[in-house]
Design a protein around this ligand. Structure first.
Ligand SMILES: Nc1ncnc2c1ncn2[C@@H]1O[C@H](COP(=O)(O)OP(=O)(O)O)[C@@H](O)[C@H]1O
Ligand SMILES: [Mg+2]
Length: 365
C-alpha cells in the first residue's frame, strides 16, 4: 500500500499535450477513479504512474519515494487492462503465477499466493483451465488475480469492465470494489462511465483536455461541481444551462433573461451580491425540476411550456419541454401522466440552482 502523489505532471506526444499539469494526492488505501471523455488523458496518466510511459515533466511519488524515472518492475505496481491480456497458452494457475516466477519466488511460496489470489477472486475451481475455456468475466478475474498476486503497493486498472456485457459489468463493479476493500491496496481505476465512477470511487478525479477539473467524493462532484464541464459531464440527462443576467431592483436580486425573471432566495443572493449586471450561466439538473411544488423546499420558480418529447424509461420519464424556444429537460416519475404536445407547468427548485461564470466556467456557489 502506498500514497500516490503527482506533481505538475506533463506528457506530450509531439504537439499533443496528453497531460498538461496534473496535480493529485491519492491517500493510502483509497479507491480513486479517473473519469473523463475519450482522449482526455486517462490511460496516459495511468501508464505514467505505472512507468510504461516516460513523463515529459513533473514528479511521481509513492509514499515519500520518487518513482518518476524508475522502471515499471521497480515500482511495485500492477496494471489490469481493458483487453484481458491473459496468456492463452498457459493454464489459469500459470497465468496467475507468472509475475512471481519472473521474480524468482520458490514453488511453495508461489503456490500459497496463487491459491490465495484465486480464492480472493473466486476462481479456485478454474486453476486447471486454459483461458479459451473461460467466459469474459472469468478471464478478467484471472487478470485481476494475476495483478494482486504480488500484493502491489498500487493497483492500476484501465477500463477493466468495458468488454463485459451490461449485467456482468454491474455485478463485477461491486465485486472489484469489495475486493479492494478487503485487500486495502491503493487503487487507481480508469473509466469513461460515470455510473461506474460514482458507484466505485471513494474519490473521483474528473479529467478533460489533460487536466484534472475536479477531485472529490462522488457527492462533491455531483452536488458541488467545480465548473461547467464537470456539471455537464456528471448526471444523466445532462444539467440544463441557461444564460442569465444579475439584475438588482429595489435592492432585490434577480436572475434575468428574455424569458425568465427569477427572484433569488436569500442564501443564493448572498453569493452573488457583488455581481450586479454580470452575465452568468444558471445550471439546474433535470431531477430538480418537478411537476408539483414539493412542500419541504421553500422556493420554486415556475416555467411553462409545451411538452416536445417524452422518454419513458420505466422508473423515470424524461420530459423535454419547449420553454419559449429553449429546450428544458426534466426527470419525472415513470408513471407521470403527460402527453406530447400538451402545455405543462413545472417548478425549478431554487435551492438546487448552480451558477457559473461565463468567463472561465467556474462555479460561483
Ligand atoms: N502513443 C501515443 N502517440 C501519440 N499520441 C498519443 C499516444 N497515446 C495517446 N495519445 C494521445 O493523447 C491523448 C490522450 O490519450 P489517452 O490517454 O489514451 O486518453 P483516454 O485514455 O482518456 O481516452 C489523445 O489525444 C491521444 O490521441
Ligand atoms: Mg484510455
Amino acid at each position: 500500500m502506498a500514497r500516490v502523489k503527482i506533481e505538475n505532471l506533463k506528457k506530450y506526444f509531439g504537439n499533443v499535450k496528453a497531460l498538461n499539469g496534473i496535480d493529485i494526492e491519492i491517500k493510502d488505501g483509497k479507491f480513486v477513479v479517473l473519469l473523463g471523455p475519450s482522449g482526455c488523458g486517462k490511460t496516459t496518466l495511468l501508464r505514467c504512474i505505472s512507468g510504461l510511459e516516460k513523463v515529459t515533466d513533473g514528479k511521481i511519488f509513492f509514499d515519500s519515494v520518487e518513482v518518476t524515472n524508475l522502471s515499471p518492475r521497480n515500482r511495485n505496481v500492477s496494471m489490469v487492462f481493458q483487453s484481458y491480456a491473459v496468456w492463452p497458452h498457459m493454464k489459469v494457475y500459470e497465468n496467475i503465477a507468472y509475475p512471481m516466477r519472473i521474480k524468482g519466488y520458490d514453488k511453495d511460496k508461489i503456490k500459497e499466493k496463487v491459491v490465495w489470489a484465486a480464492d480472493t477472486l473466486n476462481i479456485s475451481e478454474l486453476l486447471n483451465r486454459y483461458p479459451a475455456q473461460l467466459s469474459g468475466g472469468q478471464r478478467q478475474r484471472v487478470a485481476v488475480a494475476r495483478a494482486i498476486v504480488l500484493e502491489p503497493a498500487v493497483l492500476l486498472m484501465d477500463e477493466p469492465l468495458s468488454n463485459l456485457d451490461a449485467l456482468l459489468r454491474v455485478s463485477m463493479r461491486s465485486e472489484l470494489k469489495k475486493l479492494q476493500e478487503r485487500i486495502g491496496t491503493t487503487t487507481i481505476y480508469v473509466t469513461h462511465d460515470q455510473v461506474e465512477a460514482m458507484t466505485m470511487g471513494d474519490e473521483i478525479a474528473v479529467m478533460h483536455n489533460g487536466v484534472i477539473q475536479q477531485f472529490g467524493t462522488p457527492e462533491d462532484i455531483y452536488h458541488r461541481p467545480a465548473n461547467i464541464f464537470v456539471a455537464g459531464f456528471i448526471g444523466s440527462p445532462q444539467m440544463n444551462f441557461l444564460e442569465v443576467e444579475v439584475i438588482r431592483k429595489d435592492n432585490v436580486l434577480f436572475l434575468r433573461n428574455e424569458d425568465l425573471s427569477i427572484k433569488l432566495p436569500k442564501d443564493l443572493a448572498e453569493k452573488i451580491e457583488n455581481d450586479d449586471n454580470k452575465k452568468l450561466i444558471l445550471g439546474i439538473r433535470p431531477e430538480d425540476i418537478h411537476k408539483e411544488k414539493d412542500k419541504e423546499s421553500t422556493e420554486f420558480e415556475a416555467i411553462e411550456g409545451k411538452v416536445y418529447f417524452t422518454e419513458r424509461l420505466g422508473s423515470d420519464t424524461i420530459v423535454h419541454l419547449d420553454f419559449k424556444g429553449i429546450r428544458i429537460v426534466s426527470k419525472l416519475p415513470g408513471d407521470v401522466k403527460i402527453k406530447e404536445g400538451e402545455n405543462l407547468k413545472m417548478y425549478m427548485d431554487l435551492g438546487k440552482v448552480h451558477l457559473f461564470s461565463t468567463v472561465d466556467g467556474k462555479a460561483l456557489i
